[in-house]
Design a protein around this ligand. Sequence first.
Ligand code: ZN
Length: 142
Amino acid sequence: MDQIKLDNLYKNSIILDHCRNPRNYLPISKIDFSGSAVNPFCGDEIHFNLKLNDQTIIEEVAFEGDGCAINLASGSIISEHIKGMSIESVGKFTETFRLDMQTNHLKSFDCKSEIFVLYDVRSFPIRIKCALLSVSALENLH
Ligand code: ZN
């Protein structure tokens, strides 16, 4: 039963699309902040590079990832989500999303946001770490 639900999650068209065509998967011209995270248990890896404009708004994002579909889709979706955000608000975003993912009732993002699709991962506690690896990478920005 759970395997069927997990298969459905992998077949979710948004997840699939982000895995097959990851967004922002290209190097950027200038790097102001970088952050990485690795999960040694399953081999998932995420790396973000960010370029800010002079108002400290994230103007360009480059992400690279390795590992499972949830990790890659999450990296791609989140790379789109943070584009145009101020660097200060990334901290608020990671805090909110991590809290949402670790509880079953919170949903701070509405269904019009692609972040919303990642809430389905909460039905598979072992995969929550995969969806949150991007968040860990953004928490390590320097
Ligand atoms: Zn994974």
